[in-house]
Design a protein around this ligand. Structure first.
Ligand code: CP
Length: 314
């Protein structure tokens, strides 16, 4: 069993319930991971994903080995047939089976290059790890998706769900750097599997791959999009059509209390790390609407629910 997207989950509601049950009794399945090893490979930086996945594995009784392959290990070559006389030191065909021989489950973080949309959306790096480790695979954020984050977001929404069908708004916010579309793509495809009204708001040119957004409503008018929202998920992403480019720095899209006059009950979400007073204001981050810390806490139970299912199939 691999976990690379919502497509790997048959019943999303059942997985959310399972994660909430684990949150209530985190050590209930401590026996499951005995003598099993989780290998975590980071080709890019992380705070939450690394620590929450380690904590989840520890709650399940697993051993964990983590490597920052961007710094601590040999530079990996991913191109087949490469003449390796440059900066890469070992080929994924050699490195991945080694990792696979040490571990029962492999998690990998591999961000996109944001240069070639074709290469990034083909998930070449993730596919190579899946192929050559030969072990169940856990995405720790790939070039296009961040499913553990999205599952944690779904848990958080379930915990704060109002009695009515909620309105969830994915709100593009400015940022100083070009960021991947992974969190936005992933959040979109998970929202399409929940019983929610899902609206996406961004400046023109930031349309996401429709393969992930499904029937979501795109509302360019920010004020209109936020009207009556129950959850506002603030996130930056770079352009998908003008691939990897920053098309707008519009500061009026930094979320502040003023924006939420028409959404008095709205809770605010962000996957973190967040650029305060660029993406959203301090008053939002530190105020009563903020679910930011809860989302991060729920990363543990998202990872734990997924690892539990993988362990049960080993
Ligand atoms: N949200 C998230 O994935 O955080 P990290 O990049 O710190 O892992």
């Amino acid at each position: 069993m691999n976990f690379t997207s919502v497509q790997d989950v048959q019943d999303v509601a059942a997985l959310i319930d399972e994660a909430i049950e684990l949150k209530n009794d985190p050590l209930a399945f401590r026996h499951l991971g005995r003598d099993k090893t989780l290998g975590l490979v980071f080709l890019n930086p992380s705070l939450r994903t690394r620590l929450s996945t380690q904590k989840a594995a520890s709650n399940l009784g697993m051993n964990v080995m983590a490597v920052n392959a961007d710094r601590d290990s040999w530079a990996i070559e991913f191109q087949d047939g490469a003449i390796m006389n440059g900066t890469t030191v070992e080929h994924i065909r050699d490195a991945a089976p080694v990792i696979g021989s040490y571990c029962d489950i492999i998690g990998v973080r591999c961000f996109p290059g944001l240069v070639s949309r074709e290469a990034d959306y083909d998930e070449h790096v993730m596919k190579q790890f899946i192929r050559w480790t030969g072990r169940p695979f856990l995405s720790l954020e790939s070039a296009t998706l961040h499913p553990l984050q999205s599952l944690a977001d779904c848990i958080t929404i379930a915990e704060h769900r109002p009695p009515h069908r909620p309105k969830v708004v994915l709100a593009w916010a400015p940022h100083v750097k070009a960021l991947p579309q992974a969190v936005a793509n992933s959040f979109s495809e998970w929202m399409c599997r929940l019983d929610v009204e899902f609206v996406i708001s961004h400046p023109p040119g930031y349309e996401l791959d429709p393969g992930y957004t499904g029937n979501a409503t795109v509302e360019y008018n920010y004020e209109k999009a936020l009207e009556g929202a129950d959850f506002v998920y603030v996130k930056n992403w770079s352009s998908y059509s003008d691939y990897g480019q920053i098309l707008s720095h519009d500061p009026s899209r930094m979320l502040t209390e003023k924006h939420l006059a028409g959404a008095p009950g709205a809770k605010v979400m962000h996957c973190l790390p967040v650029r305060r007073n660029v993406e959203l204001s301090d008053e939002i981050a530190d105020g009563p609407r903020s679910l930011l810390q809860l989302q991060a806490e729920n990363r543990v139970f998202a990872a734990q629910a997924v690892l539990k299912r993988i362990l049960q199939k080993l």
